[in-house]
Design a protein around this ligand. Structure first.
Ligand code: FES
Length: 154
């Protein structure tokens, strides 16, 4: 009889914890739904030149608002941008124009023009370069969309 009551008590506790987690998750999702603009990460578009300033196959470098180097490339398919931070262990990747590849000198990681891993540890781990959103407007101006920095109140 004592086992049955202990078992039912444990079942009640487990059910209570499950309900609390479920309702907690529901409450968080409700808040996120009601306040999406305040909680959404802010981004900012940074001008990275005009499309005619990029030759097909060229890569230009820009810093985002947090000081990270971004690599903007033009291919025959259009524009792409990637973080220069290697997805393996965070070293800085650079463009090798003669080989038409991105290269990470720390462990000889190689990425193709689309940021896909070709060889080295990133290829072993299936790690692509981190993409950065880029767009070209009707006038041919190229923008990369980066995370905005928090504004300090003065
Ligand atoms: S940090 Fe880039 S290949 Fe290891």
């Amino acid at each position: 009889m004592a086992d049955v009551s202990r078992r039912s008590w444990l079942a009640s506790v487990a059910m209570g914890i499950g309900l609390a987690l479920s309702y907690g998750t529901l409450a968080v999702q409700g808040v996120l739904f009601l306040l999406p603009e305040r909680l959404k990460p802010r981004t900012r578009k940074l001008f990275t030149g005009n499309a005619d300033q990029y030759e097909v196959g060229s890569v230009r470098s820009f810093y985002d608002l947090e000081g990270n180097l971004i690599l903007v490339s033009r291919t025959s398919d259009g524009f792409q941008a990637f973080s220069s931070t290697c997805p393996h262990l965070g070293c800085r990747v650079h463009w090798e124009a003669d080989k038409r590849q991105f290269f990470c000198p720390c462990h000889n990681g190689v990425f193709d023009v689309n940021g896909a891993p070709v060889s080295g540890p990133p290829a072993d781990g299936g790690q692509h370069l981190y993409p950065v959103s880029v767009e070209v407007d009707a006038s041919g101006a190229v923008f990369m969309e980066v995370k905005d920095v928090k504004r300090r109140r003065t």
